[in-house]
Ligand binder design. Sequence first.
Ligand SMILES: C[S@@+](CC[C@H](N)C(=O)[O-])C[C@H]1O[C@@H](n2cnc3c(N)ncnc32)[C@H](O)[C@@H]1O
Length: 226
Amino acid sequence: MDSKVVNKDTQEVKTFFDGYASDFDGIYGHTDKRGPIDKLADKWFRKVMILRFEETLNRSVKPSIKTIIDIGCGPGLYCVEFLKQGKEVVAIDLAENMLSIADAHVKKHASEKTDKITYLHADYLEHNFDKQFDSACLMGLFDYIKDPVELFEKLKKDITKEVYASFPKSGGFLAWQRKVRYDMRNCPLYLYSLEDIKTIMSKVGLEGKYEVVDCGRGYFVKVDMS
Ligand SMILES: C[S@@+](CC[C@H](N)C(=O)[O-])C[C@H]1O[C@@H](n2cnc3c(N)ncnc32)[C@H](O)[C@@H]1O
């Protein structure tokens, strides 16, 4: 595993997720350490997470997708499913604690496929790859990305077929409350309107090449990179 974090914003995200790793895993229901208020917030959050999980897996299953990079893989739930679908997976995350949880989930739920996954402890934006991937999964990542255009410019170099991404919605009480909570923990958080997504796509020349699914508190976006 390799780690290189140069940007202050990224360092704050890394610190946040190294501390939050096992609680985040709890949102998926893997721990009962969460208190009643956290459990209520998790319930709201879980809905959008389940919808985007299904949207992603329904698309990644096609045989033309052989390799996937899971960017900001977190606790590795997607990695397990991609492995079960027969894909070769690269899992990259800033937070080493997340990668340890991901490794444990893979060993438990896809034990016969452990040779098909590589873990990278790195900032995706700073990491140069010596090969391209058919697809990329960016779930819950744009929440922490200061310059989404820069990230899409990099994806255009690294990905040949499809990108699956989520964008948390701006506006409304729950979005505001989440932003306040993250501010209090010194973690940057970025929220998006449909108009923001359109602007990003047009800046990177991907207009007409993406579809958006409204998942309630967030958007699922599939982009055709071919
Ligand atoms: C909210 S979690 C989502 C985890 C997983 N994708 C999921 O949906 O279950 C976001 C993850 O992105 C990672 N992350 C944020 N910025 C990153 C970057 N620039 N490069 C790699 N990982 C990053 C964080 O460390 C965190 O584990």
